[in-house]
Design a protein around this ligand. Structure first.
Ligand code: LER
Length: 271
């Protein structure tokens, strides 16, 4: 298991600086955006090699959404994701995080009426995932499908909904990223949901219940980590929250807090 942090400008300008900085704080790896990966691929490859610190995962950095209402935007997402997946495989990161869509519609907010039916949503998603699965399989990497909360996406809100689509399409190169912030809002019971999706969880995002850095809300990280340990999860736990507080202290404090939770859950660190 690796404790990972998403990139921040304060970690440095070059990737050597960034990777050395996060390792000195206590993190095991870095998560970066897809567009940055494309723009700085050679520098990134050399930095991973010279520092020995991995870039474990890629998040976003493409145009459109795989479940966009407009076909043109879906095609744009697939076009960009193909390039990002290829580079993801080249640097040995586990995959690319992508939700069905982000911020295009919510059943819980005005105008309340979606431009597509749920059945149409499903067909669109199956069509996009079918294409991405083929690309990811050819490149030897994965698309990490992310359920978001109901205010950010109307199509996939729970691990179970993501698992159902993946199983229906028999998509071997599409897995699930479990995000603690969204799970806090959408899952009936986080521990049970982790167990139910156990074979499909390949990545995890950490934020506390209020979207701030772990330690500042009321999420029960210990029992959730215990569930991840029980299903044999051995990939990254990547912090994707904004941080508040003194930047010279908060990253190491959060790292210490999470390591303490991991210890309490008896989740031993393996690299
Ligand atoms: C948005 O809330 C989020 O969690 C991102 O990872 C979307 O890709």
């Amino acid at each position: 298991m690796k404790l990972v942090i998403q990139d921040r400008p304060l970690f440095g300008n070059t990737f050597v600086e960034k990777l050395n900085r996060i390792a000195s704080i206590g993190f095991d790896g870095l998560e970066i955006d897809g567009d940055v990966l494309l723009a700085r691929l050679n520098e990134i490859k050399m930095a991973i090699q010279s520092t020995g610190v991995p870039i474990t995962s890629i998040c976003g950095g493409y145009r459109g959404w795989i479940g966009d209402f407009e076909r043109e935007n879906r095609e744009m997402a697939l076009h960009d994701l193909e390039k990002i997946l290829k580079c993801t495989a080249e640097i040995g990161a586990i995959g690319v995080v992508a939700p069905a869509a982000f911020g295009i519609f919510s059943h819980k907010l005005p105008p309340f009426k979606a431009p597509r039916t749920s059945e149409e949503d499903k067909q669109v998603l199956l069509e996009s995932l079918f294409k991405i699965n083929r690309i990811a399989e050819a490149e030897g990497t994965t698309l990490l499908l992310e359920p978001l909360n109901r205010y950010e996406d109307h199509m996939i809100n729970t691990l179970d909904q993501a698992a159902e689509l993946i199983r229906e399409g028999n998509f071997h190169s599409i897995k699930i990223i479990a995000d603690f912030f969204h799970m806090n809002m959408e899952e009936k019971n986080i521990v049970e949901s982790i167990h139910n999706a156990k074979d499909l969880i390949w990545h995890v995002h950490l934020s506390d219940s209020n979207r701030l850095q772990p330690g500042l809300g009321h999420t029960d990280f210990v029992s959730a980590f215990r569930a991840l340990r029980d299903i044999g999860y051995d990939e990254s736990l990547a912090i994707d929250s904004p941080f508040v507080g003194d930047p010279s202290k908060v990253y190491s404090e959060c790292c210490d807090y999470l390591r303490e939770c991991l210890e309490k859950s008896q989740y031993t660190k393996q690299s």
